[in-house]
Ligand binder design. Structure first.
Ligand SMILES: [Zn+2]
Length: 144
């Protein structure tokens, strides 16, 4: 298992995703509940009537659902092992090396404003698809 651990230092998003309701149709025979029934009205084994139930599943969007197929597809990824709400930019990730790097208020301000300019269109797009999105600056592990 090649599990690598990197440190992200920099801007990230906290997104409140919308929920969608998915419907799934379940078809079965009372006598043979384990038998797969196609779209037939009657059981292929006993001829009994097929029962149809619709299951409703509430699903939350993720960043990939929103950006898939758009020009912004590769701009952000989810953080995998953190909360789904945390989205990381694919570029402008900073990795800790062996050297000490000072981060002061100016560094953070500069990086945040660059981030907002670079991702302005993508952020505008995300805003139209989610309940809310906030841009934050922070530090956390990313597992690859
Ligand atoms: Zn049956």
């Amino acid at each position: 298992m090649g599990l690598s651990k990197d440190t992200h230092i920099g801007p990230y998003l906290v997104v409140d995703f919308k929920k969608t309701v998915q419907e799934e149709e379940i078809r079965y025979c009372k006598t043979h509940p384990k038998l797969k029934q196609g779209s037939a009205k009657f059981c292929s084994e006993c001829g009994g009537e097929i029962i149809v139930e619709v299951l409703k599943k509430e699903e939350k969007d993720g960043i990939f659902d929103i950006l898939e197929g758009t020009e912004f597809e590769d701009d952000f990824m989810d953080s995998k092992y953190l909360a789904d709400e945390i989205c990381i930019p694919n570029k402008s990730c900073y990795y800790l090396g062996d050297e000490v790097e000072e981060i002061d208020c100016q560094t953070i301000e500069k990086e945040l404003s660059e981030f907002l300019v670079e991702n302005r269109e993508c952020l505008e797009f995300i805003k139209t698809k989610v309940n809310s999105v906030a841009v934050k600056y922070g530090c956390f592990y990313i597992y690859g």
